[in-house]
Design a protein around this ligand. Structure first.
Ligand code: VAH
Length: 326
């Protein structure tokens, strides 16, 4: 747990998870104690809610200067290139996801950071992995550069735990669905875009086949998992940076049908693109018993609850004239 007096650095603060984790951390620890950072400029809301620093995680000197300047004791390292964008720019994905992580771990080791959170992903699994109820400890054979960087990242983080006793923790997140930021280049982006298109156009062209089933999680559960994992007793953890985690699994057709219960005239057309092959290499469902046993993980949202809340929040934004898409 991050003691009251410690300063936190969040990288990738403008991204899907970062943009919602920063307000949660600021509520928990005080706005001035949470330094938001990203390589892109902050939204007005983020800029006006507490300290923001421009940070390119591939620049190790910049990281060291920020950690030293703000006496950072905990880092939530969320800066990453996701699966679909990674396949378009694999070299960039390696630079950001691995060189960036290495820079964070080295700066944390050298400058006395006490705790680091770095998310992994179900993208670490591949075609050779059992796809149903994928085990915690199993074959990791990713076919995307994003998955390769996440497997390497897990091993790098666990090396820093063993070698330097650095407290590094992370979860293999499933697809995350949120109503704050627009999709950021992932294969699960359809599960966010579909809500906006349903509300605005009553139509959506899905880039995955209807029967494509993937592990998913609503953002409130994602944020809860990060806070709870970072607060867990380190001595109870047998795993560190690679906890399997999920809340539900559903297919694109399941999600469309759930939305249709609220918007009966909603129609979906299916036109699979290059992201279908990525989704086909990932699990359909996840065994997250290690997270449940080692730090008490339990999700709150299922498909029906998430769908109702997503539509409620986005329709309220539309009513206020604040629904921005794309
Ligand atoms: C992606 N949203 O689609 C991310 C996530 C499991 C998927 O890692 O790349």
């Amino acid at each position: 747990m991050t003691p009251e007096s410690e300063t936190i650095l969040v990288t990738g603060a403008c991204g899907q998870i970062g943009s919602e984790l920063v307000p949660v951390l600021r509520k928990l620890y005080g706005a001035e104690k949470v330094i938001a950072s990203d390589v892109v400029p902050p939204s007005p809301a983020l800029e006006n809610s507490g300290p923001f620093e421009k940070l390119d995680v591939t620049n190790r000197q910049e990281i060291g200067q920020l950690i030293h300047k703000h006496r950072v004791k905990a880092v939530y390292h969320l800066a990453a290139i996701l699966s679909a964008t990674g396949e378009k720019f694999p070299q960039k994905a390696w630079e950001v996801n691995i060189n960036g992580l290495y820079n964070i771990l080295e700066a944390s080791r050298e400058l006395g950071v006490r705790q680091v959170f770095c998310p992994s992903s179900i993208a670490v699994f591949g075609p050779a992995t059992p796809r149903v109820n994928t085990p915690q400890d199993t074959v990791l054979s990713p076919t995307t550069i994003y998955g390769v960087t996440k497997v390497a990242g897990e091993h790098l983080c666990d090396y820093y735990v063993r070698k330097y006793n650095l407290d590094v923790r992370g979860c293999r997140f499933p697809g995350i669905i949120s109503n704050e930021t627009l999709p950021g280049g992932g294969t699960t982006d359809y599960a966010v875009a579909i809500f906006y298109e349903a509300i605005l156009n009553r139509r959506y062209t899905c880039f995955l086949r209807p029967e494509t089933r993937l592990p998913m999680m609503y953002m409130p559960d994602c944020l809860k998992s990060i806070i709870e994992l970072m607060a867990a007793d380190f001595s109870r953890l047998r795993h560190h940076s690679n906890f399997n985690l999920t809340a539900m699994s559903f297919s694109a057709a399941d999600l469309a049908a759930e939305i249709k219960k609220h918007l009966p005239d909603f129609e979906v057309e299916y036109r699979p693109d290059f992201r279908q092959a990525i989704a086909d290499s990932w699990p359909e469902s996840i065994d997250d018993s290690a997270a449940r046993e080692e730090w008490g993980w339990k999700p709150d949202y299922d498909l029906a609850a998430m769908t109702a809340d997503m539509l409620r929040v986005l329709r309220e934004k539309q009513r206020q004239g604040k629904l921005k898409y794309p």
